[in-house]
Design a protein around this ligand. Structure first.
Ligand code: TYD
Ligand code: MG
Length: 460
């Protein structure tokens, strides 16, 4: 029986359907199914000869597999190298995602500039901007960025030919959504086009040992535009986050075949490009206020402790249900903290609008932020500041549903970071081993009492 030659693929989740529907059966999004022509549909399928034992590939014990040590290509941007796990692996594919204007092109141009200065062959392929526009950016970034060879091209075949001809060691494709292959149907940026371009680039990357950095846009919901297949295809997915209006931006690894995914790099956008913020705690603590509704959270970003200011505002509401706005923390965790405060902390926010914000535009993705959110909310509700002496109050810990404070990873590093900035003693859950400068509390009620009276005692 002849199989249908066309199919409909969702541009959000990659779900394939035979017929077009307004709503994707895979992810429930509207108007995301796009028609695609199936290459050589059905031909030859099921008509293969029975496999012969002689032609079967032989397996090799892992011990005998040759695994040569490859030297990494350092981008010269220390924070970026750290997130990558020590630099770019030759022949690897890196996907750099982020919303427009966040600094993807800037970091790409800076990395290539540094690599070119270190004697590496580089290539910058731009489908978004003209060569003249790229030059204007490079001028802001300094001498090094001007040495990078550039082509402004959107035809996939031409880009592949350029890579074959120039044999760069590192190549930036800015962006994958602008490339188009003639053979594949659909507009640039559609599922078929993105998949085809990424697959062809992967082929050339592996064959020529070229490391390819694919720049990709994200949708307004925050996921990478185009199919999720892109994330499966590449070795490393980096996400550029932050708000365009603020100067701080973070780069975190969502997937990394050559390193940890917990590392986060902090950058600041200046007039001369992105500057690494190697000691972000100093910035955020310096900006922290000791006003009501503010406290300092000892967070962990991967293996690194990070002090950030958590701010809360509690105001009488005029609407039902009241507003719960969270910036930089998970909204569900905020709801949980509000519920626990009402039930176990004696702080009822049922008739108030609640806003919680992590200052500096940083996003904290760990349950260790709960206590800071709770203390900031209680302080905002009472209108009493949470400071001790000069500085703001520092804390960390997860809150359980019964109002208990729960252990989170690396309490000693969190406390040590706070002490470094003169913020000890730190309110937190009891630790397995006593930590100097930790003020341990078993429940949120105890922590609230300690924070509000300022009676923070030093652990024995
Ligand atoms: P860009 O890297 O073009 O963002 P993306 O490629 O992610 O869309 O740059 C983002 C913004 O940064 C842009 O609005 C201009 C600003 N910028 C600076 O503030 N300083 C600089 O040195 C450069 C190059 C850009
Ligand atoms: Mg760009």
């Amino acid at each position: 029986m002849a199989r249908s030659k066309t199919r409909h693929v969702c541009s959000q989740c990659g779900h394939e359907a035979l017929a077009w529907t307004g709503k994707c059966p895979g992810c429930g999004e509207w108007n995301t199914l796009q028609q695609e022509t199936h290459p050589a549909a059905g031909r030859g399928a099921g008509r293969r000869a029975a496999p012969s034992a002689a032609a079967a590939p032989r397996s090799v014990p892992l011990r005998e597999v040759a695994a040569p040590e490859v030297a990494r290509l350092e981008t010269g941007i220390g924070e970026l190298d750290r997130v990558l796990g020590g630099g770019i692996v030759p022949g690897s594919m890196v996907l750099l995602g982020g919303s427009p204007g966040i600094g993807k092109s800037t970091v790409g141009a800076m990395a290539l500039g540094n690599l070119a200065a270190a004697g590496r062959r580089t290539l910058y392929v731009s489908g978004e901007e003209s060569a003249a526009q790229i030059r204007l950016r490079a001028e802001r970034l300094g001498e090094r960025a001007l040495d990078v060879p550039v082509i402004a091209e959107t035809a996939l075949a031409d880009v592949l030919a350029a890579i074959e001809a120039e044999r760069p060691e590192v190549c930036v494709i800015d962006s994958i959504q602008t490339l188009h292959a003639d053979e594949s149907a659909g507009a640039p940026g559609s599922v078929g086009q993105v998949r085809e371009a990424a697959a062809a680039l992967t082929g050339v990357a592996k064959r020529r040992g070229t490391a390819v950095i694919l720049v990709g846009h994200v949708t307004k919901e925050g996921s990478l535009a185009g199919p999720r297949v892109l994330e499966h295809l590449v070795d490393c997915v980096l996400m550029f986050e932050g708000e365009r209006e603020r100067s701080y931006r973070t780069v975190r690894a969502l997937k990394n075949r050559f390193g940890a995914t917990s590392e986060v790099a902090v950058f600041e956008m200046r007039s001369g490009g992105l500057i690494e913020v190697t000691d972000p705690s100093a910035r955020f603590v310096g900006e922290a206020t000791a006003a009501p509704g503010s406290c300092v959270l000892c967070a962990m970003e991967g293996t690194r402790p990070l002090l950030v200011e958590v701010q809360a505002l509690v105001a009488p509401t005029e609407i039902v249900p009241p507003r719960r706005i969270a910036t930089g923390i998970d909204r569900n965790r905020l709801s949980l903290v509000i519920a626990v405060l009402a039930r176990h902390g004696g702080v009822s926010l049922g008739s108030a609008d609640v806003f919680v914000n992590v200052a500096g535009g940083v996003r904290i993705d760990e349950p260790g932020a709960d206590v800071a959110v709770a203390l900031a909310l209680a302080s905002a509700h009472r209108g009493e500041p949470l400071h001790r002496g000069e500085g703001p109050l520092a804390c960390f810990g997860e809150i359980g549903l019964t109002g208990e404070l729960r252990h989170v990873a690396h309490p000693e590093r969190r406390v040590a970071e706070a002490v470094k900035f003169g913020l000890g003693p730190v309110i937190g859950p009891p630790a397995a081993e006593p930590i100097d400068a930790l003020d341990p509390h078993k429940s949120i009620r105890d922590a609230l009492r300690a924070a509000s009276t300022g009676a923070v005692r030093r652990a024995a």
